[in-house]
Design a protein around this ligand. Sequence first.
Ligand code: ADP
Ligand code: MG
Length: 207
Amino acid sequence: MDAAAVAAWLREFARLIAENKELLTELDSAIGDADHGTNMDRGMTAVLTALDGAAGTPGALLKRTGMTLVSTVGGASGPLYGTAFLRMATAAGDADSLDAEGFAKVLRAGLDGVVARGKAEIGDKTMIDALTPAVDALDAALADGQPLGEALRAAVRGAEQGREATIPLVARKGRASYLGERSAGHQDPGATSVTMLVAAAAKALGA
Ligand code: ADP
Ligand code: MG
């Protein structure tokens, strides 16, 4: 997986965010302030511009993505996604390409970054409720000897299950936590967008 493959992943993520912008904002209107779709779309549109003509290593592209998200996306999700990509960049180092295990390490570093920054635990109704099972499923499938494409599809199933599991939860982090019990019964917007990040990886890298 070289820089072109990583760029294809980021472009596919941007496409999914743009396509689902209204859905994400609608989810955020139920338990937040109705801006998650516009926040993420603004950020990923800026990332597309930043990636245009950008050359370099996977790590360099991931770093550029993180810095762009930190500077263009406000709210909770900007620093969280920004930190995720900056940690991914550090994990990717200056290698010209990543193998399947290397990519799994990069994704886990992103998850660890979100946890370090946001201090959320599983079950708090946040993006980590979807990203954690995705990264765990990816690691398990690779350890089981499955090819990257199969492993990424397992990761998508993990993310989707985690995303669905946020519906009954009471939020304990972020803006949705202000609603207390009234946050239950709604799917978390960040868990929904991060599932798109994993789905984009399966689509772009999982052939
Ligand atoms: P804001 O809440 O500032 O309006 P967004 O609407 O863009 O920001 O993002 C909301 C999403 O951010 C939530 O759905 C949740 O998944 C995620 N989130 C909020 N706080 C945290 C946290 N501490 N850790 C992980 N994710 C969080
Ligand atoms: Mg919001």
